[in-house]
Design a protein around this ligand. Structure first.
Ligand SMILES: NC(=O)c1ccc[n+]([C@@H]2O[C@H](COP(=O)([O-])OP(=O)(O)OC[C@H]3O[C@@H](n4cnc5c(N)ncnc54)[C@H](OP(=O)(O)O)[C@@H]3O)[C@@H](O)[C@H]2O)c1
Length: 300
């Protein structure tokens, strides 16, 4: 079966090209210089790579980024104080705390401290709650990127059975909630699977759209996928490979080579969901500035 490879890289490039102009117009008409604060704690190499990508993308679209790099033993008190300062900082319109955090820091407590109007990752309960109720303010970037990918690929979600493997607060749960909404690019019937799901293959085999957000390399095999399904691979895993220059290669949660021929469309790793996540982060940062300007307009 011939299949379409959904290139997140290409779509993200288009979004970024459009954002360049939108950011420029917004900044010149509002005199607001948009700023994104990126907080990174410790020396996790993957986090460093993600933060560098995000900073580079900011530069590309003309957003100012401020990096706050803290040692891995930073106290909760110090980190909370930094976030409180950033909440007040008028140069900063978006705040992003790179996850995962070192074990002694509770991500729930840290993310709660971020002003919801600067929560461009869309992880704050206020923003998650607004999304759940169908009145989104900031959408979480990875699910937002996935919905945008489906939309831009003309893949209908209406009346389709979407099966998401993974129930994390940053991918699986919010994606399920977004696709369940009443409205365009949603209206799906959603099933969410996780590590306690019984007979999962029987469920995944029913998916018109199957999303893998598990964090286990090459977990989804061909026999788990219905013929003609759309497969979205969120996973980013480093798989040891002695032949690869770095000693490892990046793979998704889907065994691409065997699954792709069963699909009508599939996302690659790398070059799929990852670049879209960054594009939506920049989109949210521009939105943060636009919301601020609207508020100013209302109060002046
Ligand atoms: N492309 C991007 O931009 C992007 C963004 C975010 C994350 N990611 C990647 O996406 C993957 C998932 O990230 P995450 O933060 O959502 O991970 P997570 O918080 O670790 O959640 C993983 C989910 O997978 C479920 N799971 C684990 N093993 C399973 C199994 N054998 N069968 C069924 N379900 C299983 C877990 O179930 P339980 O809840 O029962 O434990 C959990 O709900 C990771 O590879 C991550 O690097 C990529």
């Amino acid at each position: 079966m011939s299949y379409q490879i959904i290139s997140g890289s290409k779509m993200a490039k288009n979004i970024i090209e459009n954002l360049k102009k939108e950011v420029k117009d917004f900044q010149s008409s509002s005199s607001i210089v948009l700023g994104l604060a990126v907080v990174i704690i410790g020396d996790n190499p993957a986090s460093r790579v993600y933060v560098n990508h995000k900073k580079k993308a900011c530069e590309e679209v003309g957003l100012t980024s401020f990096e706050y790099s803290l040692p891995k033993d930073v106290s909760e008190k110090e980190l909370l104080k930094l976030i409180q300062d950033l909440n007040q900082d008028k140069r900063v319109h978006g705040i992003l705390v790179q996850l995962p955090l070192p074990d002694h820091l509770d991500p729930e407590k840290i993310l709660l401290e971020i002003d919801p109007s600067k929560d461009v990752d869309g992880f704050h309960p206020f923003n998650l709650g607004q999304m759940l109720r169908g009145y989104p303010h900031f959408l979480p970037c990875t699910p937002y990127g996935i919905v945008e990918m489906l939309k831009r690929s003309n893949i209908q979600t209406e009346s389709q059975h979407v099966v998401v493997i993974g129930r994390s607060n940053i991918v699986g749960k919010p994606l399920g909630a977004m696709l369940l909404q009443k409205g365009a690019n949603a209206n799906a019937t959603v099933t969410i699977c996780h590590s306690r799901t019984k007979d999962m293959e029987k469920i995944t085999q029913q998916a018109d759209i199957l999303v893998a957000a598990i964090g286990k390399p090459l977990f989804v095999k061909a026999d788990m996928v219905k013929k003609g399904a759309v497969v979205i691979d969120v996973g980013i895993n480093a798989l040891q490979d002695a032949q690869a220059p770095k000693g490892y290669r990046l793979v998704g949660d889907v065994a691409f080579e065997e699954v792709a021929p069963r699909c009508s469309a599939i996302t690659p790793v790398p070059g799929g969901v990852g670049p879209m996540t960054i594009a939506m982060l920049l989109t949210n940062t521009l939105k943060a500035g636009q919301y601020l300007m609207n508020q100013k307009g209302e109060t002046s």
